[in-house]
Design a protein. Structure first.
Lengths: 492, 446
């Protein structure tokens, strides 16, 4: 069984309908309008304990229209992409905007220079929807068996996940854009249970999930089957491993844990809508207030953070964002100094800057928000082995088990799945239950090394949640293992 | 929900007719609805959205080989494609030896759970509520939050003749009031938008803002504590997630030992999709009518949640708690209730000689599912209570507590309950609690 991803496309007629919606909104009184038609096709397979637990195969298509009227914004969306529905949505978006006018946030939306692009297609060497289902099931079965070869692993999950998305963007400012992106990935979870104790190992990281932009070749590169046996054995070993000691310690975060640390304490804190208070009632605000821009030292000289949605394989990459801004690389933290935010056209103009191109909507049915896209911790100059080699006594922590921050992202606590003692530069015994906590700027200022590009890779997060109604957006972080001094290490 | 039921009837009949010709069993789920939301920040509206949704989910069974496919498209070509895709995928999957079959029709009557006021609520009414929430705020304070309404129609039909529909509505409002160095918050959910009292929500949020004096930082340690309903609600949601799904229980991943004491005797917990005090849900995505499941009865672990597959494995009937795979791997309690107690909420606080009143929590996550141990931070107005009186604002704190231990030692339960939204789909209706020891680990925020 194999299929073509071409089934999930947006036709020229539907692109014209999007244009009609923007024209309708402008005719109705909007100073600016844009519209998105998004068609998605997905397939998610999950094996649990040796059985195919679920196989989600789906598609959807819809139209979303945004209108700005007298400084107020309105948004309306529908799964019906028809001329009549476009007219209705345009009228609703304008009406909704008008209803806000008396209390409206003073939106200054400065659209980008209009562009007309031909179809821009992301990297995809092997169409994942054309790979036979039987082949995918065989891989899941093999992974599951490898994890459960360990006697104490009595719960196992193996997942494959594919998404194809075509997005057409048109605006009353004159932009006509179209992009096709394909994601492929999967992951593993091995859970060992014995005598009321439970230990989990995941691969490659959080939730046992990872994806990159690309086709089946992404799955092949993950070496799922080879890693299944390893994490099964580690989960079982953790059941009897000694508890991680507590106290200040030198800690090396593995790449995936560094990615989550970056995600929660830096990337979210850099979202300009959050900084401006737009998420205060739900996800919270940020300690990186605008008065700190250009003068606040968030991290050490080792810490440079960029946003780069032009990275071809990164899950957070794209050709244009949902304001129609072309993807581009920006530096956010320059050798520890805060120099820019993740922003959209309206939030950037609120502080007199240009958008960094981070306006993203989950799909056709959601209003674009400032989102993490592809936010990276730039690699350092020393090898991973060198970073470990300097450590007389410390711990290497791997894979996120739990994570939590306060509502300004200034303090945090993370738990890792596993810790390995580092003695005289060598990895030694496995320890269970590591937890660490800290104050975000103090923690990043204690960073005295990020490993070099040889161990730098991108980690995809499939369910970054934000906003109301909640939007789950796919994002990514490029990171390498990073070393921190004087970390408050706990256990539990 | 504008479209009349007959349109969904016809759509279901059309899909099942096409699917039945090529399968041994088939089952269709349809969700159609409209959701609207007005969000505000700094006492101004910054988001205003209306979204219509439609999703068809078709499951076909061919000789114990099963596939489920979904689409938002309803034209004839799309329906043909839906069925053809399902059949093709089913034939490539291995037979499911634990497939319980699609649900049988029963005589259950499912009533709509609809407020016509919520259906009719438009952007002007939402803006009016926002205006009330933002009016008459003290100097140097601003309001943040949102008003959400949704109206949806749910249908499950299958080749055995099961056919169920239900219309549902929900309305939710949250208000956070922030001053220079302080904040308070309140949230409500109801099927009826008229139950959202914007002025009352703002008053509740302001109560935390108006606490006198400077903030104090408490040393880490165990503190007697009163937990407001939003705190209890979040904890109950997590407790249910890690403990009450039959599938997790069967895998040895749950702390629940049926028939054994689990919490204080004053605590009873159930999931009930039909209780009008919640957001009623008549049936699950498999069409099984929601059963009222007593999870904890007078402190004793009493029940688990099943979908059709976990029920088949256990040799029992489904309790109607199936969810789609994108919501979770296990049966889910979407209508949680904790029974009311015998104290007023004011008495919970008034009887506290010295301790902490925690109104809200933030970013709570599970540290150890085996013991239901969680961590998170307090938010929006924790305060120190002395001699039964809220005395001083307390700096936010990171906590780590074992939920089972917390509920086992609960001293008092309030009569008043609040209906609150879950983070996952559903609602939770809970009282306030007083506990003798709530573990603060470290200061949070700044």
């Amino acid at each position: 069984v194999s299929e073509s991803r071409a089934e999930a496309g947006v036709g020229d007629e539907q692109a014209e309908i999007a244009l009609r919606a923007t024209e309708g909104a402008v005719a109705g009184g909007a100073a600016y309008a844009d519209a998105r038609v998004v068609a998605r096709r997905w397939s998610v397979l999950t094996a649990r304990n040796g059985r195919l637990e679920s196989l989600q195969d789906g598609d959807d298509i819809g139209l979303g229209v945004r209108a700005l009227v007298d400084g107020a914004s309105g948004f309306a969306a529908s799964p019906a992409v028809t001329p009549g529905e476009a007219d209705r949505l345009a009228a609703v978006a304008v009406e909704v905007a008008r209803s806000s006018a008396a209390l409206a946030w003073p939106t200054r939306f400065e659209p980008p220079e209009p562009r007309e692009d031909a179809v821009r297609a992301g990297r995809c060497e092997i169409d994942p929807f054309a790979v036979p289902l039987e082949q995918k099931l065989e891989l899941l079965e093999a992974c599951d068996a490898a994890m459960r070869a360990e006697r104490d692993v009595n719960v196992s999950f193996a997942t494959l996940d594919f998404l194809s998305e075509e997005r057409v963007f048109v605006s009353s400012a004159g932009s006509r854009l179209r992009q096709v992106l394909v994601d492929s990935g999967g992951g593993l979870r091995a859970i060992a249970v014995r005598d009321g104790r439970m230990q989990q190992r995941t691969f490659p990281h959080l939730f046992g999930w990872h994806a990159n932009r690309g086709g089946w070749e992404v799955v092949e590169a993950m070496e799922l089957e080879q890693n299944a046996a390893r994490i099964g054995a580690e989960a079982a070993e953790l059941l009897t491993a000694p508890l991680c000691p507590e106290g200040p310690a030198t800690v090396v975060l593995g790449g995936s844990l560094a990615a989550m640390q970056l995600h929660e304490t830096v990337a979210h804190a850099l979202e300009l809508d959050r900084v401006l208070g737009m998420e205060a009632a739900t996800a919270g605000t940020s300690f990186l207030t605008t008065d700190k821009l250009g003068r606040y030292r968030l991290g050490s000289e080792e810490v440079t953070v960029t946003v780069d949605p032009t990275t071809p394989s990164a899950l957070g990459s794209f050709f244009f964002d949902d304001d129609g801004v072309a993807a581009r690389r920006s530096t956010l933290v320059e050798r520890g100094l805060l120099v820019d935010y993740l922003s959209s056209c309206d939030t950037a103009s609120a502080i007199g800057r240009s958008s960094t191109g981070c306006s993203r909507a989950e799909s056709w049915n959601r209003l674009p928000l400032v989102r993490i896209t592809a936010v990276d911790l730039e690699p350092g100059e020393r090898s991973f082995e060198d970073l470990l080699g300097d450590v007389d006594s410390g711990f290497l922590l791997d894979c996120t088990r739990s994570w939590s921050t306060d509502d300004r992202r200034v303090t945090f606590e993370f738990a890792a799945e596993a810790a390995w003692e580092i003695e005289s530069g060598e990895l030694r015994r496995l320890r269970r239950g590591p937890i660490y906590r800290g104050v975000t700027p103090e923690f990043w200022q204690s960073c005295d090394g990020v490993a070099d590009r040889a161990s730098w890779q991108t980690y995809g997060l499939g369910r970054c949640f934000k906003g109301q109604p909640g939007q789950l957006v796919r994002v990514s972080h490029g990171t390498a293992p990073a070393r921190f001094q004087g970390v408050e290490l706990l256990a539990g | 929900v504008e479209a009349p039921e007959t349109q969904l009837d016809g759509l279901a009949e059309e899909v099942l007719r096409r699917a039945s010709a090529q399968s041994d069993e088939s089952e269709l789920g349809v969700v159609r609805g409209e959701r609207a939301l007005t969000r505000f920040a700094r006492s101004t509206i910054h988001q205003n959205v209306v979204e219509q949704t439609l999703e068809l989910s078709l499951r076909v069974v061919r000789g114990a080989r099963i596939a489920t496919v979904t689409t938002s498209r309803t034209d004839g070509e799309a329906l043909d494609d839906l069925v053809e895709r399902a059949v093709r995928i089913a034939d490539a999957t291995p037979p499911a030896d634990d497939w319980p079959g699609v649900g049988e029709p029963t005589a259950d009557t499912i009533r709509d759970a609809v407020s016509e006021a919520t259906v009719a609520c438009g952007p002007a009414e939402r803006a009016r509520l926002v205006g009330i929430a933002c009016a008459d705020l003290p100097a140097e304070t601003l309001a943040f939050g949102g008003v959400m309404t949704s109206a949806s129609e749910h249908l499950v039909a299958n080749s055995r003749g099961l056919f169920r529909t239900q219309r549902r509505t929900a309305a939710e409002m949250r208000v956070t009031v922030r001053g220079r160095d302080r904040s308070g918050a309140a949230v409500r959910v109801s099927p009826d938008v008229r139950e959202l009292d914007a002025a009352e929500l703002t008053r509740e949020a302001l109560a935390a803002v108006r606490l006198p004096g400077d903030e104090v930082t408490l040393p880490p340690g165990d503190y007697p504590a009163v937990l407001s309903p939003p705190v209890v609600g979040r904890m109950l949601e997590l407790l249910s997630f890690v403990g009450f799904a039959a599938s997790r229980h069967a895998e040895g991943r749950s702390f629940v030992r049926l028939g054994e004491p689990l919490t204080a005797p004053s605590i009873s917990i159930c999931d009930d999709g039909h209780d009008p005090a919640g957001l009623p849900v008549g049936f699950d995505v498999e069409g099984t009518p929601k059963q009222r499941v007593e999870l904890v009865r007078d402190g004793v672990a009493a029940g688990l949640l099943y979908d059709r597959r976990s029920a088949r494995r256990a040799g029992v009937g489904s309790t109607g708690h199936a969810v789609p795979p994108d919501v979770g791997d296990d049966p889910h309690a979407a209508n949680l209730f904790m029974a009311a107690g015998d104290r007023s909420f004011d008495e919970l606080v008034g009887e506290l000689a010295r301790g902490i009143w925690i109104r809200h929590v933030h970013y709570v996550n599970i540290l150890d599912p085996a013991g239901a141990t969680i961590t998170g931070v307090t938010r929006d107005g924790p305060c120190l209570v002395e001699h039964g009186v809220p005395a001083t604002r307390v700096r936010e704190m990171r906590f780590r507590v074992g939920l089972v231990e917390l509920l086992r030692t609960a001293e008092a339960v309030s009569r008043e309950r609040r209906l609150l939204p879950q983070i996952r789909p559903g609602s939770v209706c809970v009282p306030g609690l007083r506990v003798p020891a709530f573990r603060f680990e470290a200061p949070a925020g700044a």
